[in-house]
Ligand binder design. Sequence first.
Ligand code: GLV
Ligand code: MN
Ligand code: MN
Length: 412
Amino acid sequence: MPHTPLDTQNTTVTELMAQISGTGQDRTRGGYTRPVYSTAELDLRAWFIEQATRRGLGVEEDGNGALWAWWDLTSGERSNAVVTGSHLDSVPGGGPFDGPLGVASALVAFDELRLRPLNRTRALAMVVFPEEEGSRFGVACLGSRLMTGAIDRTKALNLRDQDGNTFADIASKNGLDVRRIGPDPALLSRIGAFVELHVEQGLGLGQLDHPVAIGGSILGHGRWKLSISGQGNHAGTTLMRDRRDPMVAAARTITAIRQIALAQPEARATVGRVQPVPGGTNVIASRVDFWLDVRHPDDAVTAAVVQRIHDSAQLLAAEEGCTLELGQESLSPTVAFDAPLTARLGRALPGAPVLDTGAGHDAGVLAGHVPSAMVFVRNPSGISHSPEEHVEDADAELGAAALADALGFLLV
Ligand code: GLV
Ligand code: MN
Ligand code: MN
């Protein structure tokens, strides 16, 4: 696609991030709440489309709701394309950088590349994947999983948000043709390399005193839903000894989960979301739903940890006269990024350390299908999925420059 020089040459990552800093602020939790297809996330998509359009790029939405801005070759050839990007949705009360930093950096890297005398042999595309966090429909990286076929389309269409809306309904209300939702081998086959820039979600770069790193691997991770059912009843008239209170069994299970994970080197287990039904101060819940996130480098160990949790939860539920259901919602094995691509990034970014991460990313899903890699930008405290997530302005610019170098290296 032809492009005309526009007023974007001096745009910095910091300026782009400032443009979206008012979008999706969460006054209750702090930070940002930008679930997929919320007003906030739709506003951010519109912002991305506007930014890409200002750069002379046409934006296409694929059948799964991902946005693609193509910097085509004059031949129009799109196979073996270099693709960069990230996501604009967030966890509830998340930080500003998880996702948007990769998108803003892609735009700035594009500006930088456009100024370089590159003899490109490959097209470049910027992508924004939907529902990376899975905070609305429960399955992380839903857009990339759908594109690659890593999730069954019928299962995806039937996922429900907290209000009971199906993904099919919400996608359709937002202009997607439900018949097109699912694997997209034609689009996937165009990607020759995927490089996602992301805020680091740990202390690696802070400790190494370096602004950027190259991703080594993503820790295997999965999500499970537990439901403990008891007897809903009145808080004032039901004697303590007469209760079958699922909240008590859930609380004891959560404590047990911590002990089980502590006993397993390298395991992480989290319960970050608990939903009592019906959820009233003076109501003994009839059921408590809670969600478990388990991560470990070895998927067999993850399975064993979840089995231990299941056995323990079953026992604790029974002790309270309750019953337990446990079901897996998603599982992503440990992913090592593409070695040749990672080595090439190492040549483009001399001195950048290679760091593994415990966080999931669309790059991890794509890695099973196309050569994929990541660039991490220093986060001084390592805190993420929290309003306190932070990146210094200077590091954000260094990150975009590193991304431009990496992409420039791959494009010729
Ligand atoms: C995504 O950020 C995850 O690791 O859960
Ligand atoms: Mn995240
Ligand atoms: Mn992210």
